[in-house]
Design a protein around this ligand. Structure first.
Ligand SMILES: [Ca+2]
Ligand SMILES: [Ca+2]
Ligand SMILES: [Ca+2]
Ligand SMILES: [Ca+2]
Length: 433
């Protein structure tokens, strides 16, 4: 396992409430306590890894870690303008926090602490103002095989957000919420009854039951199927669906729910999210995938006329040398360093499966960003360790939460809830000094 070197600079606590703050970024951390809901804090961390050459981008781009809480209540995280004051707020399972300070906490639904040796009822959060009243609402996807529920933002009213179950059973472990139909509104893409399906609001009432539209025949997809993505693989402007054994081509019309054409292709053995991006810069869509959600490894798959060619970024063997990624159960692709090409954020899902023997909650959980560098036609992803006391859960959300033009990172998992605020030196055009 790669060891990171880190420098820590503790920030003033002026903006923090009386909540204790403890971030064990460089070594171990204590067992979380379900009775201390707001053990929050922040610090500035600059990392490099022994296995990677420091790059100018990694030196300039730092991520200030804010730990919103420590107990295990969810693995879903998102952001949106929940109080309609035009700045972005963040949500982790049952709680949301007011931007830009993220110190004022609100409840979406009653938080239920879960045993870290089990699982929570919140695997994904997706933010959208479903009724266009200015107050962003939330779609929560629960444990695989459980429901998807819409939580209505009550706006100026106080109290829990009214919940409506819109889909009874959401199978697969990486559903996506994106505009697969091209009608301007996102739909949930997942599996039901062995098929891949999409579903979205019906008519004018988003809180009513959502109709399921199959896109594949019955093909054995189930609650715990790993690996799912949505992207325009063939560049025809229509979003296709990817899974570990194939991709499914979006037909010209979805009228009547036709079966999508299957193109056989192996993308690992079942990982997490499977975003498409033009990794090599040749104009076509390539695919990024973790190789096994409960194993090891990360790869990108280069599109070619003969199919996809696998390029390993992190090997699927734990002891191959260099960076090791155990249980990379969530990932996301975004241009973090602003150079116009896609970078990857992923890490280790601590206790994704509960280890036998003597599990130790002090075990590190690494979080990396992989910087894409192209040099004379050669693609390299350079790993930069962001943190070793968080990792990923089942969802990595990337977006400009603080409104400074830099993409931030949100993660929730068994070690708590984390916002990594992306910063640049003021001398480099950043908003922070
Ligand atoms: Ca706001
Ligand atoms: Ca709303
Ligand atoms: Ca390409
Ligand atoms: Ca980039």
């Amino acid at each position: 396992m790669t060891r990171g070197r880190c420098r820590r600079q503790i920030l003033p606590l002026a903006l923090l409430s009386a909540a204790a703050w403890s971030v064990a970024a460089c070594s171990s951390e204590p067992q979380p306590s379900a009775s201390s809901p707001s053990d929050a804090g922040q610090e500035r961390i600059t990392w490099s890894t022994d296995s990677a050459v420091d790059t100018p981008a990694a030196t300039r781009h730092t991520f200030r870690k804010i730990r919103l809480f420590t107990e295990f209540v969810c693995e879903g995280a998102t952001y949106g303008d929940f109080d309609n004051d035009r700045d972005m707020d963040v949500a982790f399972g049952p709680r949301w926090y007011e931007g830009p300070a993220f110190t004022v906490e609100h409840e979406i639904y009653a938080p239920q602490p879960f045993d870290p040796k089990g699982y929570s009822d919140c695997f994904f959060l997706f933010a959208r103002d479903f009724d266009h009243d200015g107050f962003t609402d939330i779609l929560r996807v629960g444990f695989p095989g459980a429901d998807a529920s819409l939580f209505w933002n009550p706006g100026r009213a106080s109290g829990p957000w009214p919940r409506h179950i819109v889909i009874d059973v959401v199978d697969t472990e990486s559903p996506d919420f994106t505009d697969i139909t091209g009608d301007g509104s996102p739909e949930l893409v997942f599996a039901a009854d062995g098929r891949l399906v999409w579903a979205g609001p019906v008519g004018t009432d988003p809180s009513g039951p959502w109709n399921l539209h199959p896109l594949t025949p019955p093909a054995g997809f189930h609650a715990f199927t790993h690996g799912l993505g949505v992207g325009d693989v063939d560049g025809d402007g229509l979003l296709d669906v990817l899974e570990a054994k194939s991709w499914w081509k979006h037909p010209p019309s979805l009228q009547g729910d036709p079966v999508w054409e299957r193109r056989a292709q192996t993308f690992g053995s079942g990982g997490a999210q499977m975003p498409t991006a033009d990794v090599d810069g040749d104009g076509d869509a390539d695919v990024v995938a973790s190789l096994e959600a409960h194993g090891y490894g990360l790869a990108w798959f280069e599109q070619s006329p003969a199919g996809f060619v696998e390029h390993v970024i992190v090997p699927s063997l734990p002891d191959a040398g260099g960076v090791a990624l155990h249980e990379p159960h969530a990932l996301a692709v975004a241009d973090l360093d602003g150079d116009g090409d896609p970078d990857i954020v992923t890490g280790e899902r601590f206790w994704g499966h509960i280890p036998a023997g003597m599990p130790d909650f002090a075990t590190p959980a690494h979080l990396y960003w992989f910087e894409l560098v192209r040099n004379q036609g050669v693609v390299t992803f350079i790993p930069h360790l962001l943190d070793d006391a968080s990792g990923v859960g089942t969802q990595v959300t990337i977006g400009d939460v603080t409104g400074d033009g830099l993409r931030d990172i949100l993660i929730a998992n068994k070690k708590g809830a984390f916002l990594f605020v992306h910063e640049l030196p003021a001398s480099d055009g950043g908003a922070n000094d």
